[in-house]
Design a protein around this ligand. Structure first.
Ligand code: NAD
Length: 360
């Protein structure tokens, strides 16, 4: 299969972990006989240095002409935020890309390997079988996009935020989530607040109609407050979570701490045409950039998601996931995963990546 991938490495650890992801993609294309080409483009502070803007037109054009976008991370040290190079860098880059391509679906994947459960804030007994959850978050509707008012009413300070959804917005992400559940453990929990909110009542109605088209997927609804508790009490009870923008924002951050390191969590965003952008859930980690110690797993798993979702190369994506798993079982760790256990071997970013490639 011939595919062109837009590569936006960005700042901080972005270029290092992107190099790892490309090396793994090259190993996959050699093994399975594909032809991946990479169109590199600047974004974030790296783009600002050359063009005095964080998302130049050239970069948008490269994305438009590609089959998918692999994104690293952007941004500089938090203490240097006032510097024009870093000011609003994330908003001007990643949020502008979301807007430019109308990405309405976001998904994040949380995996805890049994060998790494010690890193999780949860007790071992809750994670004895590991953890593997995908959360789908709608990105373009809900309370973020309704009218916001902050002012006065009846002589009192007053504020309101309007939440809104139409059925098409809900249907679009629901189909995507059910199709994903079909490729996994076939269990989908839709999360809402249907006991109170009108938007959630509509959400529940539409999701249950879509569910009828996927009889092989076990579907149920859960209230968001209960979901926040169950993710801590019984995380193994979840496979695919489907939820609206606000709840997804909060629950996906809750999930990101369960895995023990932000360097493990990949994510993807899609629009209604299926065009996708893939990126690690974490940031540019400027304090460890250039030291060959960043964990490349989130970036490599983002590339694996790209193979599965944008190119329909599930076997190849599984091969990447399996080889990461093997490397962990063999005792290799990056610095953020080190627990000082006896059989652990801590490797640099490049050396850890080579172990993944050896296992492909
Ligand atoms: P961060 O995610 O960059 O770092 C938080 C912590 O996690 C740090 O201790 C960091 O060293 C560690 N970490 C993150 N990724 C890691 C990896 N792959 N391997 C090992 N350790 C890793 O968040 P922050 O420090 O709040 O932000 C730093 C910069 O990143 C800021 O400029 C922020 O705006 C930006 N940021 C960008 C994105 C994005 O590009 N999508 C997302 C979040 C933050």
């Amino acid at each position: 299969m011939k595919k062109k991938i837009a590569v936006l490495a960005g700042d901080g650890i972005g270029p290092e972990v992107m190099q790892s992801a490309i090396a793994v993609l090259d190993a996959v294309s050699d093994k399975f006989g594909h032809d991946f080409s990479y169109a590199k483009a600047l974004v974030g502070g790296a783009a600002y240095d050359k063009h005095q803007e964080h998302l130049p037109q050239d970069t948008l054009d490269v994305c438009r002409q590609s089959d998918a976008v692999l994104f690293g991370s952007v941004g500089g040290p938090v203490a240097e935020y006032a510097n024009l190079k870093w000011k609003n860098c994330e908003t001007n880059s990643i949020l502008a890309l979301r807007k430019a391509f109308n990405f309405n679906i976001n998904l994040r994947k949380t995996t805890i390997y049994p060998e790494l459960i010690e890193l999780s804030p949860l007790k071992n007994s809750q994670l004895s079988t590991g953890l593997d959850i995908v959360i789908f978050r709608e990105l373009l509707g809900d309370i973020y996009f309704g009218e916001h008012y902050l002012g006065e009413k009846n002589g009192l300070r007053y504020a309101s935020d309007v939440a809104q959804y139409d059925e098409l917005q809900i249907k679009s992400i629901a189909h995507y989530a059910f199709r994903t559940a079909q490729t996994r453990r076939k269990k989908l929990i839709s999360v809402d607040k249907a006991n109170v909110l009108a938007t959630s009542k509509l959400w529940r109605q539409v999701v249950s109609e879509v569910a009828d088209e996927y009889p092989d997927v076990a579907y149920s609804d859960m209230l968001v407050d209960n979901c926040a508790m169950q993710l801590i009490k019984n995380p193994a009870g979840f496979d695919v979570i489907l939820t609206a923008n606000l709840f997804g924002d909060i629950l996906s951050d809750e999930l990101s701490v369960l895995s023990g390191s932000i360097g493990m969590m990949p994510s993807a965003s899609f629009n209604v045409d299926g065009f996708g952008l893939y990126e690690p859930a974490g940031g540019s980690a400027p304090e460890i950039a250039g030291q060959n110690i960043a964990n490349p797993i989130a970036q490599i798993l983002s590339a694996a998601m790209m193979l599965a979702y944008s190119f329909d190369l599930q076997v190849e994506a599984n091969a990447i996931e399996h080889s990461i798993r093997q490397v962990i079982i063999q005792g290799y760790r990056t610095a953020d995963l080190a627990t000082k256990a006896k059989n652990e071997i801590v490797l640099g970013t490049r050396e850890f990546t080579n172990k993944i490639i050896e296992n492909i």
